[in-house]
Design a protein around this ligand. Structure first.
Ligand SMILES: Nc1ncnc2c1ncn2[C@@H]1O[C@H](COP(=O)(O)OP(=O)(O)OP(=O)(O)O)[C@@H](O)[C@H]1O
Ligand SMILES: [Mg+2]
Length: 216
């Protein structure tokens, strides 16, 4: 059972949106997925309550409960856990970092979001956890030269997931209907992004290059 935590102190960066869309893309790729909602705001629980399909287990958990929850999920045969965490500096997000195999940090490609990830980054580095940024809500066309430099720097450090995730109405509409974007508009550009994000996430979890995933 592999565990991903979606973490960043910055509010509104896209943690919950990416958690559900990645979970659905992974489910479609054959994983037995559980979404764990660690945010008292309950975005994922709300999504799960409204969702018609029962294909993805959605459970809420609080500080101090994660180790027990992980044990239970293992016995249920879950193969992938995706944890959504609250914004801000919280103990529960730190607990998620502690149990995760990989931490994904969504950030919009602007100086405020990237700078606001600093506290989260320090915590991840102190734990020697594998982590990578997911640049979210990017302009669908080319990035400005300054933003592109930042992107190239993250990529050169090996801490940038591919692909860049664009700002697209499909993400909002899918969430409204309690779907993943691969279900809502399966042949759309957002769906292609999420399938690709799952592929690169899987490769990173397996410690292999993307090309090796293709060959498998
Ligand atoms: N790629 C995207 N394209 C368009 N809208 C997006 C995208 N990603 C997120 N959003 C929108 O941005 C807003 C914030 O996203 P979301 O709630 O997922 O962020 P969050 O990090 O979970 O926020 P919080 O810190 O409050 O929990 C939502 O309205 C969501 O629909
Ligand atoms: Mg959220």
């Amino acid at each position: 059972m592999r565990k991903i935590a979606i973490v960043t102190q910055k509010g509104g960066a896209g943690k919950s949106t990416l958690a559900v869309c990645l979970a659905v893309a992974a489910r479609e790729a054959g994983e037995n997925v559980c979404l764990v909602d660690l945010d008292p705001m309950g975005s994922l629980s709300n999504w799960g309550d409204r969702r018609k399909s029962q294909d993805i287990l959605v459970m809420a958990a609080a500080q101090g409960e994660l180790n027990t929850v992980m044990g239970e999920l293992e016995t249920l045969g879950v193969t992938l856990v995706v944890m959504d965490t609250p914004a801000g500096d919280t103990m529960v997000a730190e607990e998620a970092m502690d149990v995760a195999d990989l931490c994904l940090l969504p950030a919009r490609p602007n100086i405020f979001d990237v700078a606001a990830s600093g506290g989260t980054l320090q915590k991840l580095k102190a734990r020697e956890r594998d982590y990578a940024f997911v640049l979210n809500q990017c302009p669908p066309q080319r990035q400005s030269p300054r933003i592109q430099q930042g992107i190239d720097a993250l990529a050169a450090m090996g801490v940038l997931m591919t692909p860049l995730v664009a700002a697209r109405a499909d993400y909002q509409e899918a969430a409204r209907r309690a779907l993943g974007v691969t279900e809502f508009a399966s042949s759309g550009a957002a769906a292609a992004e999420m399938r690709e994000l799952w592929r690169s996430t899987r490769a990173r979890l397996d410690g292999v290059e993307l090309e090796q995933i293709d060959a498998a």
